[in-house]
Design a protein around this ligand. Structure first.
Ligand SMILES: Nc1ncnc2c1ncn2[C@@H]1O[C@H](COP(=O)(O)OP(=O)(O)O)[C@@H](O)[C@H]1O
Ligand SMILES: [Mg+2]
Length: 230
């Protein structure tokens, strides 16, 4: 579905991605792992059209989408849930989610509340009153309401209390059952390996390894050596 072919990305003169390549098949969950500063967020933003791809190409269904503005990439069916978890602070959770809804999306508010009953508990709260975990669940629901064909999740469990990490993990399991195509950036290796079909590892802007879930579970050191600071 998605094919990233040798992309280079810069911030000013400083190169953040060096010829990064990987593919994501329809229905697959791909975990994109790496230390802080490895280029994970930059990769998601490059796919989304928020960071310019200087060389190489991003293809979606065979069509080159690198070079398109983000709103066009969104219209094609790619949704990014960023680490910033932006909520409209004066709107309720329900209103926040409904703002994301696009006609034709299978993820109506009713369906999302069924899938993620925990959201019911705070559905009437204002965006500005939510805990970090509640905010994360809300922005994931809002992203789904857009009806994406490819969902990009940037560190959904980051900084969350353990109970909310579990809630995020439940959402990921639900997405896997739904066979939604997902790129998951995650520092929580265990959570990533629970759901990911495949793992791609970035180091200093280079894709240094790519392995199946089974290979990663059989040899966690092969992944950890790129995550842990030595
Ligand atoms: N807005 C920016 N301006 C300049 N450099 C940036 C910016 N965002 C990220 N970088 C740099 O690009 C590299 C990759 O960052 P990032 O993609 O955020 O990494 P990750 O998400 O893996 O932690 C890092 O060296 C980071 O300092
Ligand atoms: Mg990041």
């Amino acid at each position: 579905m998605l094919s990233i072919d040798a992309i280079d990305t810069f911030y000013g003169q400083s190169q953040a991605l060096h010829g990064v390549s990987f593919d994501v098949a329809q229905g697959e969950i791909l975990a994109l792992l790496g230390r802080n500063g490895a280029g994970k967020t930059t990769t998601l933003r490059a796919i989304m059209g928020l960071n310019r791809v200087a060389r190489g190409a991003v293809r979606f269904d065979g069509r080159v989408i690198s070079g398109l503005p983000a709103h066009k990439v969104a219209r094609i069916g790619v949704t990014l849930v960023p680490e910033t978890r932006d909520a409209f602070s004066l709107l309720s959770v329900e209103e926040n989610i409904q703002l994301g809804y696009r006609k034709g999306s299978p993820y109506t508010l009713e369906r999302l509340l069924e899938m993620f009953p925990i959201i019911r508990e705070f559905r009437s709260k204002k965006g500005g009153e939510l805990s970090g975990g509640q905010q994360q669940l809300m922005v994931m629901a809002r992203g789904l309401a857009m009806g994406p064909r490819l969902l990009l999740l940037d560190e959904p469990s980051q900084g969350l209390a353990p109970i909310m990490v579990n809630a995020v993990a439940d959402v990921l399991s639900a997405l896997k059952r739904e066979r939604l195509t997902v790129i998951l950036v995650e520092q929580n290796l265990r959570m990533a390996l629970d759901v990911a079909d495949r793992v791609v590892i970035l180091e200093d802007g280079v894709a240094v390894d790519s392995l199946t879930q089974a290979a990663a579970l059989a040899d966690p050191g092969r992944v950890e050596k790129h995550l842990v600071v030595h």
